[in-house]
Ligand binder design. Sequence first.
Ligand SMILES: C[S@@+](CC[C@H](N)C(=O)[O-])C[C@H]1O[C@@H](n2cnc3c(N)ncnc32)[C@H](O)[C@@H]1O
Ligand SMILES: [Zn+2]
Length: 294
Amino acid sequence: MASDPPSSALDAVADRLRCPICSDSLRRDDRRLLCPAGHAFDIARQGYANLITGHRRHRGDDARMVAARERFLGAGHYRLLSAALAELAAAHVPIGDGIVVDLAGGTGHHLAAVLDACSHRYGLCVEASAPALRRAARAHPRAAAIGADVWEPLPVRTGAAAAVLSVFGPRGVAEVERILEPGGIVVVTRPLPGHLAELGRLVGGIGIDPRKPERLAGSFRGFERLALEQVTRRIALGHAEVHAVMAMGPSARHLTDDQLDRAIARLPARADVTLAVEISVHRSRRGEHGASGR
Ligand SMILES: C[S@@+](CC[C@H](N)C(=O)[O-])C[C@H]1O[C@@H](n2cnc3c(N)ncnc32)[C@H](O)[C@@H]1O
Ligand SMILES: [Zn+2]
C-alpha cells in the first residue's frame, strides 16, 4: 500500500501560499489545496502541490538530469557550497518565522542544509520539474515543495519569506522582492569563470555566460549587499562522477549518455576539476517606506 505523502511541511506553509489564479489564500483539503473561490490544486502522492496553471512553458530538468544531480550532490561534491549557504543564510536571516524559499531549488538539497542551520523555520522548494519535485518533497522534514514557474507570478504570499535562495537557477527579481518580508534576504549563487572549465573544454558543452556578473549586479540594484563569499576548490572526479556533473548541466540536453561516455573515456581515471562559485547575500529594502498586498 502506498504510504501517505510527507505532508506536514506543506500543511505548515499552506498559509504562506496564494492561489495562482486569483491570489486569494489557500487551505489544505485532503489531497488538494483550495482557495475560497474553489480553484483546486492537486497534491501529488509524493507530497508536493502542483500550482502550475494553464500551458506549461517551462518543464525544468528532465528525469535524467535530476537523477544525475541527485547522484552528484549526494556524493557530497558540493558539501562546501551547501555549508557556506547554510552559514550565510543563518547569519543574515531576520528573526521571526518567515519561510525560506528555494527558487528553482531542484532536489531541495541546499534547502535542506539551510533548514538544518535554521532550526525552527520551514522551507519551500519552488520548481518546474516534476522529477525534482518528487525528491524535494522529501528533502527535509520542514521542507515543502510546489510546482511553479519562476518566470510567472509566484503562488507565494507577499512578504511571506524571510529568505530566498537562488542557487544556479532562474529567478525573477521583482517576485523575489515581493515575496520577501521587510528586511528579508536573498542568497544568490552563481558560477565564476573557471567553474567546471576542464569539463567545458572536454565537450565544449558547459559554457559559463560571461555576462552573468553584470546581470547579477544590475538585477539586485534595489537591495543592500550584506556579504560576498567565494567557494573555490579543486576536486578529483572519477568517470562516473564526471558523467553525473555533465549530465546534470546544460550539455546533457545535446548529448546522449553514450556520447558523454565516449568523451569522458579520454580523461584520466581521476580528473582534477575546478569548482568556483560566488555566493552573495542581499537585503531587501522593500517595506522601508511601507508595503502591503497579498
Ligand atoms: C541548475 S539547476 C539548480 C537546482 C538547484 N538550485 C541546485 O543547485 O541543486 C536549475 C533548476 O531550475 C529548474 N528550472 C528551470 N526553469 C525553471 C522555471 N521556469 N521555473 C522553475 N524552475 C525552473 C530546473 O528544473 C532545475 O532544477
Ligand atoms: Zn483562486
